[in-house]
Write a protein that binds this ligand. Structure first.
Ligand SMILES: Cc1cc2nc3c(=O)[nH]c(=O)nc-3n(C[C@H](O)[C@H](O)[C@H](O)COP(=O)(O)OP(=O)(O)OC[C@H]3O[C@@H](n4cnc5c(N)ncnc54)[C@H](O)[C@@H]3O)c2cc1C
Length: 307
């Protein structure tokens, strides 16, 4: 990929040999070949088509709040719309938002228009694109609940509109192909009173503040809960691992499914705690925990069996 040509022909920011530690909530991650942030949709679509035509390895990211990136150099590009492609329009009870819109902004704007449905997601970091890919959720509500359509661009540069019926959304999971870049989405929300919406939002925000170590860098929950009435954090805590430290990383004493970075953690420190938790929980309870966070630059088979 000729980055100078890319820069000359398209409206995009390109950070060459950029450390991913600058773009992850963990503050961890080695360099990628280039971190590419197109500033408009047309150029984004063309760049994606070019990348795939030349068989370049590219990761499609949001704001890196659900990511563990290895410390080593990564022979791949990153393409993101975070903070760049971020139109948001509300007409009656229909919201249109680009994938680079931050989830917090989406929640705030829907509340301003007295629309209910998304307020439980208040405090979930990240972009709309990342939230849709992950089917982000909190306090019983998921981003896919009020979705009416999603616009994606595939590897060939074809833009498609998908309806919820075309997609499978599950617990922190969706059926978008890894080669689909999520461009935008529409939601249909219901009207409600400002007071009702505020109460629901306050419940979610207070719960988050009470239960999560928000002072520290993390990627949220490391593992998925094995089922709705069995939390991964509970199993890790009951295995005696809460507060376990390795290098600069720690299994939070506040919430055992949050592994925090004390400032100088390496990806390998977090990876060690991931392996330790999986092994210990498996030996005690016969349950193999599934990763919720996404990883880049690891040989999954070695580091995280079943990941
Ligand atoms: C303190 C904290 C609390 C959290 N609490 C919650 C919570 O309550 N509930 C919850 O669900 N999550 C939670 N998370 C995790 C995280 O915020 C969500 O998963 C979020 O939706 C990720 O968005 P992102 O833009 O940062 O995605 P990224 O981390 O950048 O990417 C996540 C995945 O989405 C893909 N992706 C991103 N953008 C696109 C795109 N445009 N097109 C195609 N694929 C894309 C990436 O390839 C990757 O696989 C928390 C994280 C933190 C740090």
């Amino acid at each position: 990929m000729n980055l100078n040509k890319l820069k000359a022909h398209f409206d995009c920011d390109i950070l060459i040999n950029e450390r991913m530690s600058n773009h992850t909530s963990y503050g961890i991650g080695g360099s990628v070949l280039a971190y590419i942030r197109p500033n408009n949709k047309n150029d984004l679509i063309k760049i994606i088509k070019m990348m795939n035509k030349k068989s370049n390895k590219a990761y499609y990211l949001g704001s890196g709040s659900n990511l563990l990136v290895n410390d080593k150099n990564i022979n791949a590009f990153v393409i993101t719309t975070a903070r760049a492609i971020k139109d948001l329009k509300i007409t009656n009870n229909i919201i249109y938002a680009d994938s680079g819109v931050m989830l917090g902004k989406l929640v705030k704007e829907s509340m301003k228009h007295k629309l209910t449905g998304l307020e439980s997601l208040a405090g979930v970091p990240g972009t709309l694109g990342g939230a849709l890919k992950m089917n982000a959720g909190a306090w019983g509500s998921e981003i896919s609940n009020y979705l009416t359509s999603v616009e994606i661009v595939d590897a060939y540069g074809s833009v498609k509109t998908l309806k919820p019926i075309d997609l499978n959304f599950g617990y922190r999971n969706s059926s978008f192909s890894p080669k689909d870049f999520i461009l935008s989405a529409k939601f249909k929300l219901e009207s409600s009173s400002k007071e009702n919406i505020k109460i629901k939002k306050a419940k979610a925000s207070d719960g988050r503040k009470k239960t999560q170590p928000l002072k520290y860098r993390s990627a949220g929950s490391v593992f998925k809960n094995p089922c709705s009435n069995l939390a991964a954090g509970f199993l890790i805590e009951k295995s005696g691992l809460k507060g376990t430290k390795y290098g600069g990383a720690e299994i939070s004493t506040h919430h055992a499914n949050f592994f925090i970075n004390h400032g100088n953690a390496k990806a390998s420190d977090v990876a060690f705690l991931i392996r330790l938790s999986r092994k210990t929980v498996y030996e005690r309870y016969g349950i193999m925990l599934d990763l919720e966070l996404r990883t880049i630059g690891f040989k999954n088979n070695n580091l995280f069996p079943n990941a």
